[in-house]
Ligand binder design. Sequence first.
Ligand SMILES: NC(=O)c1ccc[n+]([C@@H]2O[C@H](COP(=O)([O-])OP(=O)(O)OC[C@H]3O[C@@H](n4cnc5c(N)ncnc54)[C@H](OP(=O)(O)O)[C@@H]3O)[C@@H](O)[C@H]2O)c1
Length: 385
Amino acid sequence: MKNIAILGSTGSIGKSALSIAKIHPDLFTISALAANTSVDLIEQQVRQFNPKLVALYDQGAASLLRQRISDLKSVDVMSGAMGISAVATIDEAELVLEAMGGSIGLLPTLEAIQSGKDLAFVNKEVLVMCGSLVQKAVKKHNVKLLPVDSEISAIFQCLPHPFQKNRIHKLILTASGGPFWKTSSDKLKDMTPEQALKHPNWTMGNKVTIDSATMMNKGLEVIEAKCFFELELKKIEVVVHAESIIHSMVEFVDGSLLAQLGVPDMRVPIQYALTYPDRLENPADRLDFSQIRQFHFEPPDFKRFPCLDLAYTAAEVGGTLPTVLSGSDEVAVDAFLNRQIGFMDIPAVLRRAMDLHDVVYEAELDQILEINRWTREITRKIIGN
Ligand SMILES: NC(=O)c1ccc[n+]([C@@H]2O[C@H](COP(=O)([O-])OP(=O)(O)OC[C@H]3O[C@@H](n4cnc5c(N)ncnc54)[C@H](OP(=O)(O)O)[C@@H]3O)[C@@H](O)[C@H]2O)c1
């Protein structure tokens, strides 16, 4: 029996993870759950999975939940950053699934690692913001970092463990191209949040869906892969594969390529992270090769999707530039969803924030936190102007 704590249990990834726990009740116990404001859904989850602890970041939502589940005497309800931290470090859990998304996950991620938990990891923003601090903590506390993001999971599945870096020629990250892959440059600026939220292949939370439309998602994954596998940037390539069936590939030095394929369904990589190195039955659909006529591949278009270009720049410069890229993107995506800026303003805002930043190398945690605060403030100012 594996004891799991889930941060972000009411989100797209969190719900899929609980659906896996539900079909394998003999394998997983849910020790703790955390979310922000989704009282109704987390109440259902608490009643179904009976965790010891539940936390809602929002104080009001936590008070309401406390009243709603007052009949469940064995469940503690906490709130705020302290509540999220308590879920991340709960004694009973051996593995934490960190699926909150964004910089809010930074401290709980580090706390989970410091308290010796293995980490099923999907919050790419945290690796982008401070990947070297996360990797240092993983090594110091000797815990496992198990990828959930489908592309990183695909590469992880193609590699032997441990792997030799000098046997890898390159990693090839596949990208669907998002909803606007066929949209011309002059039309991109008029794209609305509703259009951008219609991803052709995946159903995901709003932030990652908008990032897919700008192709920032792939840019963040390039930095995530660089950090996760500790490889040079020149060994990481992006190819657009609209079908999202090949989830990514590894090309070895002898020219052999290994790819991981499957229907686009996050339950597969989530389950693999929870059961690694074992594989179990999964309810996801199966690939039917009699129905697949063609696979398409195209190079990415850095001109129409400047966010991808910005991410490569941030990865190349390194230091705290990726921290700024990611933090600024969180604020800009929010502003786009709230119709404060247009679709093509997103890269313009990020570029300006990146230009204004003095890069710090080997930054400590307090510097990262301060740069994240500065980034949010400066991005809001840029948007306001
Ligand atoms: N969805 C996918 O298929 C997918 C694929 C690859 C990678 N990812 C990555 O996975 C992460 C999560 O994505 P998602 O699509 O699952 O996001 P999502 O659907 O927006 O869910 C976010 C979750 O985090 C919770 N949350 C937000 N702010 C919080 C806070 N301050 N304190 C505690 N909980 C908070 C939300 O709670 P409330 O419901 O209460 O707001 C919700 O449970 C992102 O980093 C994304 O890039 C997702």
